[in-house]
Every structure is written in C-alpha cells, then in structure tokens.
Design a protein around this ligand. Structure first.
Ligand code: NAD
Ligand code: UFG
Length: 331
C-alpha cells in the first residue's frame, strides 16, 4: 500500500515526503514541475536513502491518474498540487480555477473509481479572509479576497460534500499559516521563480545582494512595531503535521479541519532581525506603503491540532531563519 503525494516535488511536498519516509511509508509522487524541478527528487532520495515511483504529468490528465491508481495500491492521497501565487491568480483566474479545482476533481474521481477514501488537503490561512479576529479558530466563517483563496474555500466545500455522500471517506483539511525554513541538510528548500512575493524569499535575495533593500509594506498597523504580523512555521514542522494527519485519517472518517501554525506572531522587522542574527548578513530595508489586501495580523489558535492530531510545532523563529539561511545562502 502506498500514499500518493501530488505536488511532491514542491516546497512543502518534498519536505513531507522526507518525513513520511522517516515514518516508514511507501510513496508515489505525481508532479508536472510547473513550479519545481526534477533535481528535487534526487535530493529526496539522498536525504532519505529511499526510492519511490515518480510520475511526471498533470493531475488533470485522467489517463495518467488511471495508470497511477492501476499500477499502485493507493491507500491515501496527500494533495499539495496547485498553483499558489495570489497576484497571478487575480490576473489568471480561469487558470487557477481549472488547475486547482478541476485538478482536485480529477484526483477525487480517480480515488472514487479505485476505492481510495483518504485525502489530506493543503488548505491555507487565507480562508479566514479579512473579517475574523486573531487568533483564528477552525470554526470561524471562511471567505476569500482573490481567486487563489477561493480555490481553497471551494475545495474545502467539495471535500465536505464528498464526506457527506460517502460516510467511509476521510478528509483532513490542513490550513497552513506561513511556512518558511528548510530541511537541516540544506539540500531542499523553497525556490521561487522570478521576483518573490513572500517575505522570506525576498529577505534572502536582499541578504545575498541580489536586491539592495527590502520594502517593508507599512509600519502603521496596530501591531508590536507597526509592521505586519504572521505565524511563521518551520516547513519540517508542517511536514510532520501531515504524518499526524495521515494517522488520524486512517483511524477516523468524515471531515476534520485543522490549523497548522505555531500560535505565535512575528512582525516583519522581528523576522528581519532574526534572519540577520542567524545568517550574519545585513538586510537593509525601507518603509513602503501598505500592500493592498494585507491584514495587520494573522496567527493561529493551535489547540485543535494538539487535541485532534497530537501535533505541535517544535521549531522557533531562530531555527527557521538558520535553516533557511543554510539552504538559500549555502552557509
Ligand atoms: P509549490 O509550488 O512549491 O508546490 C506545488 C507543486 O505542485 C509544484 O511542484 C508544482 O509543480 C505542482 N503542480 C502544480 N499544479 C500541478 C498539476 N496540475 N499537476 C501536477 N502537479 C502540479 O507550493 P508549496 O508551497 O509546496 O504549496 C503546496 C500546497 O500548499 C499548495 O496547494 C499551496 O496552495 C498550499 N499552501 C502553500 C502555502 C505557502 O505559503 N507555501 C500556504 C498555504 C497553503
Ligand atoms: N512583506 C513585506 N515585504 C515584502 C513581502 C512581504 O513587508 O516584500 C510583509 C507583508 O506585508 C506581510 C508579511 O510580510 O505583512 C508576510 O507577507 P507574505 O507575502 O510572506 O505572506 P502573507 O501572509 O501575506 O501571504 C501568505 C501566502 C498566501 C496566503 C497567506 C495566508 O503568500 O498565499 O499567507 O495563508 F494566502
């Protein structure tokens, strides 16, 4: 029996595969490399000392899915594959809805045809929208402000519907907060294409001299130092959350929604300072206007993760910065 990991060559997927191997799981990966590269697969083999079947292709390719489910006994799917750039989703909504929603439907249909009834889904804190108060709890109303966010809201509803129609189905909706950091080996980590939208990859490019400064988007929020506060979580902690969710899905049926965060908020300037300390590099910054659509604070209530999955984050912001710097700056 194997676990199918869609998007397993990506940032969170690759770290999760490594952690799944530590738990003795058998893995099959599907990825079309639209936002990753084949060398990651060798790095996963190098770190884990384990091999796996890999299928290169698109999750919307029904024939390919049929082949994967016929050639392997898939017991559960951990579903990372998806497009994730908020700004791009505003420019290309149809591409996002097709890839993320239609792609998920294709995976669910193949699962149905082969009697596979467990899915762990990569949702996002973005589903808390703009109107809820921190810390975010799983029972809050969901919404979105852009097509990317809506794909997460809709897929959550699709999985609820699947579980209502099939009482044997188990879906764990994991709402990730802000994953950063990298594997301790320095062999895998985040590699964004083009100009990074997210804070940590941007900090890295300032630290290595590619850009001369960071734009800090607003210093007049009602936060500890006026800059935006987020719940950064080490990607290896996040990966471990998936092994816990898989165990849970094997023992329980129905939908379960769980936040994966640390429960602690860190401001932009606090992250900059922590990265400078961990890397020994300067990160010059200038205060810029607020970024449209940003909220002041976003952090999780993590009590349900502990209670339901028996999981909690182990690494702090200094660990995240040290591992991120080792990977990205090859320190
Ligand atoms: P990533 O882009 O590094 O990984 C996604 C992988 O899926 C890539 O390897 C890409 O090539 C693959 N992929 C995309 N569309 C595909 C398709 N149609 N068929 C096959 N493969 C396809 O992203 P990540 O940061 O590892 O995120 C993984 C998941 O977690 C995504 O669904 C993302 O929306 C979600 N998520 C990410 C964050 C974050 O900040 N990184 C936060 C919340 C949720
Ligand atoms: N920021 C800057 N300068 C930058 C980039 C970011 O000051 O160059 C600030 C932002 O204003 C924000 C904080 O750094 O206060 C974090 O920004 P990110 O873009 O790294 O992360 P977000 O929380 O805004 O967004 C992330 C994902 C989204 C997801 C959202 C909620 O990118 O996909 O978390 O989970 F929807």
């Amino acid at each position: 029996m194997s676990v199918l990991v869609t998007g397993g060559a990506g940032f969170i997927g690759s770290h999760t595969v490594v952690q799944l191997f530590e738990h003795g799981e058998e893995i099959v990966i599907l990825d079309n490399f639209s936002n990753s590269s084949p060398d990651v697969l060798d790095k996963i083999r190098q770190i884990s000392g384990r091999d796996f079947r890999f299928y290169e292709g698109d999750m919307r390719d029904r024939e390919l899915l049929e082949r994967i489910f016929t050639e392997n006994e898939i017991e559960a799917v951990i579903h990372f594959a998806g497009l994730k750039a908020v700004g791009e989703s505003v420019e290309k909504p149809l591409e996002y809805y097709d890839n993320n929603i239609n792609g998920t439907l294709c995976v669910l249909e193949a699962m149905k045809a082969h009697g596979c009834k467990r899915m762990i889904f990569s949702s996002s804190a973005t589903v808390y929208g703009n109107d809820n108060k921190v810390p975010f709890t799983e029972d809050m109303k969901t919404s979105a402000t852009n097509p990317y966010g809506w794909t997460k809201v809709f897929i959550e509803h699709i999985l609820e519907g699947v579980c209502t129609s099939d009482r044997e189905f188990s879906a764990v909706l994991l709402r990730y907060f802000n994953p950063i950091g990298a594997h301790k080996s320095g062999l895998i980590g985040e590699k964004p294409n083009g100009i990074p939208n997210n804070l940590m990859p941007y900090i890295v490019k300032v630290a290595n001299g590619e850009y001369d400064h960071l734009n800090v988007f607003g210093d007049d929020y009602d936060t500890v130092d006026g800059t935006g506060v987020r719940d950064y979580i080490h990607v290896v902690d996040l990966a471990d959350g998936h092994t816990a969710a898989l165990e849970y899905a094997r023992k329980n049926k129905g939908v379960q929604t769980v936040n994966l965060g640390t429960g602690r908020g860190t401001s932009v300037l606090e992250l900059v300072k922590a990265f400078e300390k961990a890397s020994g590099k300067k990160v010059p910054y200038v205060i810029a206007p607020r970024r449209p659509g940003d909220i002041a604070e976003c952090y999780a209530d993590v009590s349900k993760a502990k209670e339901v999955l028996g999981w909690q984050a182990k690494y702090d912001i200094d660990d995240m910065c040290a591992d991120n710097a080792r990977w990205a700056l090859k320190l």
